[in-house]
Design a protein. Structure first.
Length: 115
């Protein structure tokens, strides 16, 4: 069973940066499809960014293009989401996701952007 543990969220002022990370229990970077999602109360979980190293593809939600960057360190089995130019509407719980034989989720990390 693949386990994902997010960390690095917190309180940030508008215009600032944050870099949540996702520690992965197994070496699956090259075979799984990886992503960051976010969710706010009363709304559905939405895709923020997706990366597949095998296909060489990266996808971003329109709302974060040019501000967020998804990346990973296979030597440390860690996925990152570099978030710059944060806005109050980016406030959400951010979840790491991995898709292989099934979908796996982390427990989420709260990111709060103050205006």
């Amino acid at each position: 069973q693949v386990q994902l543990v997010e960390s690095g969220g917190g309180l940030v002022q508008a215009g600032g940066s944050s870099r949540p990370s996702c520690a992965v229990s197994e070496r699956t970077f090259s075979t799984f499809d990886w992503g960051w999602y976010r969710q706010t109360p009363g709304k559905e979980r939405e895709l923020v960014a997706n990366i597949n190293w095998r296909r060489g593809t990266i996808i971003y939600a329109d709302s974060v293009k040019g501000r967020f960057t998804i990346s990973g360190d296979s030597t440390k089995n860690t996925l990152f989401l570099q978030m710059n130019g944060l806005k109050p509407e980016d406030t959400a719980i951010y979840y790491c996701s991995a898709v292989g034989p099934q979908r796996y989720w982390g427990q989420g990390t709260q990111v709060t952007v103050s205006s």
